[in-house]
Ligand binder design. Sequence first.
Ligand code: ZN
Length: 72
Amino acid sequence: MSISQISLSRAGSGDTERYEYECPCGEGKIIEEHDNIPGFRDHSVFFRCDKCNEKYKFDLSKGVRGWELVEK
Ligand SMILES: [Zn+2]
C-alpha cells in the first residue's frame, strides 16, 4: 500500500491532517483524517470504496494512527 497524497492544511486555530491511501482493490481510497482543533478532536479512518468497505474493516487496537486492515 502506498501513500498517494498527503496534505496538511491549517484552518483557523486548529490543524487538519488528511491522508489518502490507495485501497486494497485499487479502485478507491482510504481516507485518514485528524482534526486537531482546540476543544474538538476528531480522528477517523474510513473507506471511500464500496468494495473494500464490504470486505475489510479497520483494526484500531494500536490507535487511529496505527490502524491495520483486517478481512471481515
Ligand atoms: Zn477498494
